[in-house]
Design a protein. Structure first.
Lengths: 811, 225
């Protein structure tokens, strides 16, 4: 019996090649998308789960409101880990990572390589995290100063192999020069880690005033003993603050209790955060790497499901639509003694068979497009990911689920045909109202329209950001790291390059209004005694004389930047509009601000100018308070240029750098590119959304094409009669298209408010956003209509120009 | 074998109710060959469908081999049908996607006959119908006469006690038609009861008894042999 079903199914597929193609292609596209997105989602969900103690590892987060500024950070104070371990038996172990010293230069032969994936770690690293050691003893690897654990690829890079690396030395620029002995080589960290390092240097080499509870610079991870509830554990932190932090704070501020501290509008809290949630649910200050976003995981999962449903709906629609072709078979089978039940099985077998094919084609489609999807999504997924047990079980069950879901309605529909009526050809035609089919078409177009509107809005918003009035000029600025250049020659090098004909201006620029640049946030107040009412947080950027002009920033008050002639001293500052507003100054120039330096001393700053607000953070945020101070920040230089031969200019500048510092890496970037990086996640989401929106509309149109073919076929006789009676081709086309156009219009009416709601929510992520204009919706509706009409017209015109004599003879 | 009493059948649309069978009564004995004649629309096909348990009646009783079947559900009817009744249609009604062999095999699959036994019986009946050489062909590759022979083969492969034929020669030329009639006669001589609906006086002469109908009622009944 089963064999018979398969046979019939197979021959039917071959007999109606067009339909089969539409059906299988539609379904495979849907399945392919679904699998790709599921791979993406499961990759996102897999972060940090590979550690043996993954479910017991927590990071200490700190949240503070101080001087009106809210800080939520992924870092905490250096003694925190040890304090917790000593005072609370629930804490099994802790490890700190110190990454604030940034990149290191490591010598290979006579050249220095800049390594960014470097950190310092406590010797307890391997008690907390699970990294596979290839060679060396993980218990003792980081016990001594001047030791380092490196990844296999780093070992190969510097020593040729893991064996050769053990016992070898890395020559770094730490404190001008420090040698580290390689004590262990570990496998490269998995991609799905919220931080990825190639080098773990000993914590003992960190130059830092250890013991301060008031500076937050360490990523601290603790392992709780099995069975400990971390939320309950968080209740211990107020005690820790009382016991350790307040006594230290009292030395700087006039507070003696938490109540006083909080009464002054301040706030300080610590909490444990599950490590496995960091990638998707944490977006704090000083994250170790750009994290994902659980929202996008949800959105993409929903999109995947919708696309799959769209494809299944196509299947249902096409199958029921051309059920008349199967009616005779159903009738005969019933006459020969088949029960309804076995017919249902038969049709389900058929739809399952089709979904198996579709799955295979879908997988091929996944294989072909995965590289490209990786490009746009920033992932490094491989087909092997599908070989995990979960995926295999899923892939085996999948065709049955899809087959049953897509086939159940057609199966019931067709198996209920009455044998006598179908054998006499009395089966109802497609002209009969089929509400379900109409509903399915509406659903498909509603989904497509929502996806397209979403895509259009995302694109316009990203475009808006890129063209936004930034308050500085990011175009044509080359930013070069002055790594390895002796500080005394940096000035003359800057000047020399500044005199090149293609270079308009040059300045040092340790702080830049793009990501990946330094930031320094401290408390300032308008009076000498800092209280909650007179203080605010403000960034202080150390710049040189030419910085403001070089960046294209606009001075509003004060009439001058820092100038060589007037010899501004180190206490002169230029503030931005927000700072002036927060300070409550109507006429800020000449007024003083008081700020705490890192050593804890109060310094007086004199305002010499106000600069127009410019965006130095993501445009998702409003511009915060900022000030410029004249200081030595010569480790980065920025050159504004004007040339068509950018590559040539870069080469020229590189030669000048190499002449001063031979063997040093020449690291440069363009400011506009760094700016774009800040929106990379949105851009990725945008590209992914575009792809899926296009696929959704293709799937919907495939379905429409199939339906139109069928309807035209069903109405062959009617068309013939109408033509005999004098209907023109355009009359017929109009008649055939009218019903579908109505459905698309209904879909538009339903989709508009849904799309509006979703997109206005998304836009709220941005401080600078576009408005949701009516014409976006109208435009998308129009596009959907045009695409639908275009699809329909193929069949409608074909039906309309066919010879009526021929069509009438078929009856 | 079949006893029908006061059988009624209506077809209703929204506004009109058409009477297809109007208190029709007759019976058929085991081994009989009965022809049912009458003009188009007299209800003879409706009658055949009810006898074949493809359709319900709206009134009266229908007794098949001593069982009252007018109140059977679809499943019970399907079960009774597949073991007892073979059908031959005017338009052959072969499944286009199946070969000759597979078409004939189908009823055996539904009655759960084992594969080896199926093969034997299908080949036997194809041999008998002289279409063995065509067993791998698809229906559309055969002539009308051949297709109807396949349909007959399919109807008898299960050894039914009753064959219902709805204008079996309607789509055939006279020589092919005669061939099919000879086949039916032969089956009848082998003991199979046959009820045939026909327009053709010529075909009706092959039967033992002719029932003539008009407007859903039996008009005359004449015994031939």
């Amino acid at each position: 019996m089963f064999k018979n079903y398969i046979k019939i199914a197979w021959r039917n597929l071959l007999k109606n090649k067009g339909f089969t193609a539409i059906n299988i292609i539609g379904l495979s596209l849907g399945i392919g998308c679904f699998i790709v997105i599921m791979m993406f989602v499961s990759d996102e969900l897999s972060y940090d789960k590979y550690h043996e103690k993954a479910d017991r590892i927590y990071r200490i987060n700190s949240d503070a409101i101080f001087g009106g500024t809210e800080l939520s950070m992924a870092v905490s104070a250096d003694p925190m880990g040890e304090t917790l371990k000593n005072d609370y038996p629930e804490v099994e172990q802790y490890v700190r990572l110190y990454s604030s010293s940034g990149a290191k230069l490591i010598k290979k032969g006579s050249e220095y390589i800049e390594e960014n994936r470097v950190t310092h770690a406590d010797s307890t690293l391997f008690d907390v995290f699970t990294f596979k050691i290839i060679l060396g003893n993980k218990k003792t690897a980081l016990n001594e100063p001047n030791t380092v654990v490196i990844s296999e690829s780093a070992a190969i890079r510097y020593f040729g192999s893991a064996q050769d690396a053990i016992g070898g030395f890395l020559d770094t620029d730490d404190n001008t020069r420090t040698l580290y002995e390689v004590t262990a080589v570990m496998e490269d960290m998995p991609r799905n880690s919220h931080f990825r390092y190639d080098f773990f240097f000993s914590m003992d080499n960190v130059q830092y005033p250890f013991g301060s509870y008031l500076s937050h610079n360490f990523h601290t991870y603790v392992v709780l003993r099995p069975g400990t509830d971390y939320k309950a554990f968080n209740e211990n932190f107020p005690e820790v603050i009382d016991k350790y932090i307040l006594p230290q704070a009292a030395q700087f501020m006039q507070v003696s209790s938490m109540e006083e501290f909080e009464k002054a509008g301040n706030y300080l809290a610590y909490s444990l955060f599950p490590m496995t949630d960091i990638h998707l649910r944490s977006d704090r200050g000083v994250e170790l790497d750009a994290n994902g976003n659980i929202q996008y995981v949800y959105i993409f999962s929903a999109v995947a499901l919708f696309i799959l449903i769209l494809a299944c709906i196509n299947f249902m629609n096409l199958t029921t639509a051309r059920s008349s072709g199967r009616a005779k078979e159903v009738g005969i089978r019933k006459v020969l003694g088949s029960e309804k039940k076995s017919l249902i099985y038969q049709f389900l077998t058929e739809s399952t068979l089709i979904s198996i094919f579709a799955l295979i084609i879908g997988l091929i489609f996944v294989k072909l497009t995965l590289g490209w999807f990786n490009d746009i999504s920033g992932k490094e997924m491989v087909m092997d990911a599908l070989l995990s047990t979960n995926f295999i079980v899923f892939l085996l069950l999948f065709p049955f689920i899809v087959g049953i879901f897509a086939g159940i309605y057609p199966a019931f529909f067709m198996s209920s045909f009455q044998p006598i009526s179908v054998l006499k050809g009395k089966l109802g035609t497609g002209h009969k109202k089929n509400y379900l089919r109409n509903f399915l078409v509406i659903f498909q177009f509603t989904t497509s329209i929502i996806l397209i509107v979403g895509t259009a809005v995302i694109y316009r918003q990203l475009n808006h950001i890129q063209k936004a009035e930034l308050g500085f000029n990011k175009e044509q600025v080359l930013v070069v790291n002055n790594t390895g250049i002796p500080s005394e020659t940096r000035g003359s090098l800057l000047e020399e390059i500044g005199q090149l004909t293609d270079v308009i201006s040059a300045s040092f620029a340790g702080f830049l209004p793009v990501s990946g640049s330094s930031r320094s946030d401290t408390v300032f107040s308008t009076e000498t005694v800092i209280t909650d009412t007179n203080s605010f947080n403000m960034q202080t950027w150390a710049v040189d004389y030419d910085y403001l002009e070089n960046m294209g920033m606009e001075i509003l008050e004060g009439g001058r930047f820092f100038s060589r002639e007037f010899g501004s001293d180190s206490t002169a500052i230029v503030i931005n509009e927000t700072a002036a507003k927060l300070a409550g100054f109507d006429d800020p120039v000449g007024k003083n601000l008081y700020g705490m330096t890192q050593s804890g001393e109060l310094t007086t700053f004199n305002i010499i100018g106000v600069v127009k607000n410019f965006n130095y953070q993501s445009l998702k945020q409003n511009v915060g308070a900022l000030s410029f101070r004249l200081d030595n920040n010569s480790w980065v230089s920025a050159y504004r240029f004007n040339t068509d031969d950018v590559a040539g200019l870069v080469e020229t500048i590189k030669e000048k750098y190499s002449a001063v510092a031979p063997g040093m890496p020449f690291n440069y970037s363009f400011m506009d590119e760094s700016f774009d990086k800040m929106y990379r996640q949105e851009q990725r989401v945008g590209s992914v959304a575009v792809t899926f929106a296009i696929l959704a509309i293709i799937i919907a149109c495939l379905g429409l094409l199939g339906l139109a073919t069928y309807i035209a076929e069903q109405r062959t006789k009617e068309i013939g009669v109408r033509k005999v009676l004098g209907a023109s081709v355009s009359n017929i086309v109009k008649m055939l298209s009218k019903d579908f156009v109505k459905l698309v219009l209904i879909a538009f009416v339903i989709a508009t408010p849904i799309a509006w709601w979703f997109m206005s929510k998304w836009l709220q992520n941005f401080a600078y956003r576009i408005s949701l204009d009516w014409w976006i919706f109208a435009g998308v509706g129009f596009i959907a209509l045009v695409v639908a009409l275009f699809t329909l017209s193929f069949q409608a015109v074909r039906a309309a120009i066919s010879n009526p004599v021929k069509s009438l003879r078929t009856e | 074998m079949i006893t029908i009493k006061d059988l009624e059948k209506y077809y209703s649309t929204d506004e009109v109710r058409t009477i297809a069978l109007n208190k029709l009564s007759f019976s058929v004995n085991e081994g009989e060959f009965v022809a049912i004649m009458g003009p188009s629309g007299c209800g003879k096909s409706t009658l055949l469908n009810i006898i074949g348990m493809l359709d319900d009646c709206d009134g009266g009783s229908y007794e098949f081999k001593g069982h009252e079947v007018s109140n059977y559900n679809e499943r019970k009817r399907a079960n009774l049908r597949k073991h007892n009744i073979g059908f031959v249609f005017q338009s052959f009604n072969l499944i286009d996607e199946l070969t000759v062999y597979e078409n004939v095999e189908l009823p055996l699959i539904y009655t759960g006959v084992k594969p080896a036994e199926r093969k034997k019986r299908v080949e036997e009946v194809l041999e008998k119908m002289q279409i063995m050489h065509r067993r791998k062909h698809f229906p559309q590759q055969l002539s009308g006469g051949q297709q109807q022979r396949v349909a007959v083969a399919r109807a008898v492969v299960n050894n039914p006690t009753l064959i219902l034929a709805d204008e079996p020669t309607g789509n055939l030329d006279s020589s092919n038609g005669n061939e099919v009639m000879d086949l039916l006669t032969e089956l009848n001589e082998g003991g199979t009861t046959i009820i045939m609906v026909t327009h053709s006086e010529h075909d009706a002469k092959y039967s033992h008894r002719i029932i003539r109908m008009l407007d859903g009622q039996k008009v005359t009944e004449n015994v031939l042999a």
